[in-house]
Structure formats: C-alpha cells, structure tokens
Ligand binder design. Structure first.
Ligand code: PEP
Ligand code: MG
Length: 372
C-alpha cells in the first residue's frame, strides 16, 4: 500500500542520512543505469563491457581475437569502436555527472569463441563425404584449437587479453574518451573511470595504464577537450591483495571483485555452485553459508583487510570499493563498512537493501545493539 511505500522511503532516507558507505550499482546499459538511479545509486561501480559484446557483436569479437593478421584485427576493432562509443555515451548521459566505472573487456574466451566440437564435426563430416572442408571452417578450427584452454576462467581473461591483443585496450579507451568529449560538448560533466580487471601484478597494471594514458592524451589533443579519467584496478586475485601496496603505486582506486576473489581463494569454481557436491558440502558444515553469497571473513575478508591497509599506506586516501555479488548482501555490507571501504556496488535491485544496511552498520558501530 501507499503507506508501506512511504515508510520504506522514510527508513531509506534515514539510512542515507547516516551511512558512510556510498552505494553504487552494477549496470551495462543506459536502461539499467536509469533504473539504478531510481533506486538511489550514486554512480555505476561496475560496467561490464563484455556484456556489450554479445548478440550480433559476438562475431566481431571472434574476428578480433582470431584475426589471421593485423589488418583483419584492425578492421574488427574499427567496427567495434563506434558501437562502444555509443554504449558509453548512453550510460554517461543516463548517469548525468555521477561516476561511471567502465571495466576493460573481461570475457572468459569460451563464451566468445565458436564451439570447437561443432567445427570439428563439420570438418570431419566434409571429409567423410569425400569433400574438402570449407576452408573457413578448417582455418577457424585451427585457430580455435590454438587458443583452446582447459580452464578458461584461469586463462586469457581481463588484463591478460588486453595485453596480448594489440589495439584492444586502445579501442575501448578511445571509445570512453570520445564519449566523454561528446557528453562534454553537449554541456554535461561526464565522469568516467577506467578499471583494469584480473590484475595480479603491478607490472600488468603499469603496461595497461601506459596505453590508457597514451590514448586519453591523443583524444584530448585531437578534440581540444581535456579528458581525464581516473585509472584503477579490480582486486580479485589473492596475489593482487597480497601485493596491494605495489599495485596502489599505479592505481587511483581499487574495487574488490569478490566473485573471483572467493573462487581463487577457496579454489571452488564460481560457475559450479549448482553442482551436487557443493550443496552436499553446505550440509557438511564446512561453511555455514556459501562463501559466494556471504563474504567469508576469515579468508577472503583477511585478504581484503590486507589490501585496504597496504593500499592506503602506499597511497593515502586511496578510494576503495567492492563490485562483486557481496556488495548487495546485508552481512557483507556490514563487513565492508567495518573494513573502511568507500563504496559498495551491487545490482540495481539490491541498491535499497545496501543503502539500508550501510546505515544500520553505522548505528551498530556506534554502540547500538545488533538485534539480529
Ligand atoms: C568479481 O569477480 O567479483 C567481479 C565483480 O567481476 P566479474 O563477476 O565480472 O568476474
Ligand atoms: Mg571478476
């Protein structure tokens, strides 16, 4: 009823008045960004650009990754650039000056490459008919076989892809920078942040960042509009957490990716939590609740504590957030408040819960009794 809605709004307003954690949302489209704002998000904490490469664009990603030569790869990148520019301009417009953290491409390759079994069957079937296989199929199969990984989630993802595919980082950063110019010229004050995924060593971030800065300078020069974007990194591998002091030398912000950090700390596949053994494990009492749902304080939480302390020692005032699923889980939000994070970012629908919980965390810390 209207009365319930009004009292929810009042409680949320109270929480907003006291909470110290900023609440952002994870969104990849202007529509989701607009929804996030309606739920009270103060920015986009994670824009997963790989979600923009699905559907009819998947073919372009395939062409880019499997390109037989530089010219073919550049053609694929050139085709992607205007599409990405439009994606980013739309989200920046929807957020109207609030921060938008755009993450460089982080696809597990198996989600983008053609299925090698299908290809192999097609090539073999042609052979069985005594025909020569379609040369395109044969070539593609060869390329896909060379790229094949038994563990794609531990493979060519995130910054690793950006460092091995020439021109990929530059294309995405150019699209961000040109979208910023477009919005600025239109009278807006767009605030885009560029985030590098799956970093495990400061050297990776240093290489990626040099490319980012080079392109930002190029677009600024060409457009006459100075484009500055803070460059930061995900902390989602144990090694990143343990070397956070070094990584902070190159990062203007950190964002914990607790999905991958949980996967790599526990060694449980985040994609197989539906597997039979995993629920059996829940019954064994190894953990009271799945660590993919509620943050594991003893393991993952300790890594987060180390990274916050080392990151801020190296760079006082370093902005730190979280954008994994835990960013919208009430118990985990409490932990992030206590750990001294600046913001949590979660799915738009969980934003109200995160706002509420961030407010409750303050009252609990101020000596109020925790009734739960
Ligand atoms: C994470 O790993 O927690 C994260 C936010 O990134 P993704 O879920 O896209 O891997
Ligand atoms: Mg991740």
């Amino acid at each position: 009823s209207g009365g319930v809605v009004a009292s929810v709004a009042r409680v949320l307003k109270e929480a907003d008045g006291v909470r110290r954690l900023e609440v952002r949302a994870n969104a990849d489209t202007p529509e989701d960004a607009a929804r996030a704002r309606r739920f009270g998000a103060q920015g986009i904490g994670l824009c997963r650009t790989e979600h923009m490469f699905l559907g009819e664009r998947r073919k372009l990603v395939e062409d880019m990754i499997l390109a037989p030569d530089d010219a073919a790869r550049d053609r694929a990148l050139d085709a992607l650039l205007p599409l990405q520019r439009r994606d980013f301009a739309g989200i920046l417009e929807a957020m109207d000056g609030l921060p938008v953290t755009i993450r460089l491409l982080d696809p597990p390759l198996h989600e983008f490459l053609p299925d090698r079994t299908d290809l192999a069957v097609r090539v073999a079937a042609a052979g069985a008919r005594g025909e020569r296989p379609d040369p395109h199929d044969a070539e593609l199969l060869d390329a896909v076989n060379r790229m094949h990984e038994e563990n794609p989630m531990l493979g060519l993802r995130g910054v690793r892809l950006g460092l091995v595919v020439p021109g990929l980082v530059a294309m995405q950063v150019r699209a961000v920078a040109e979208a910023v110019v477009e919005r600025t010229v239109a009278g807006g004050s767009p605030l885009a942040e560029i985030m590098v995924p799956l970093v495990g060593a400061v050297e990776e971030l240093r290489l990626a960042r040099a490319e980012v800065e080079r392109v930002l300078a190029e677009v600024s020069e060409a457009s006459g509009v100075p484009v500055t974007c803070p460059v930061g990194t995900m902390i989602e591998l144990p090694r990143a957490a343990l070397t956070a002091g070094r990584i902070a030398e190159e990062a203007e912000f950190f964002s914990f990716g607790t999905n991958d950090l949980t996967q790599t700390t526990w060694g449980f596949s985040r994609d197989d939590v539906e597997a039979e053994f995993f629920s059996a494990y829940l019954d064994k009492g190894v953990f009271p609740v799945s660590p993919f749902e509620t943050l594991d304080r003893e393991g993952v939480g300790r890594l987060i504590g180390i990274a916050v302390a080392e990151g801020r020692t190296a760079r006082p005032g370093l902005k730190i957030g979280v954008c994994g699923e835990h960013g919208g889980d009430p118990d985990s939000v409490r932990f992030f408040h206590d750990a001294g994070l600046d913001y949590v970012s979660c799915s738009p629908f969980r934003v109200p819960v995160a706002r509420l919980e961030a407010g409750r965390a303050v009252s609990a810390g101020a000596g109020g009794s925790d009734s739960r």
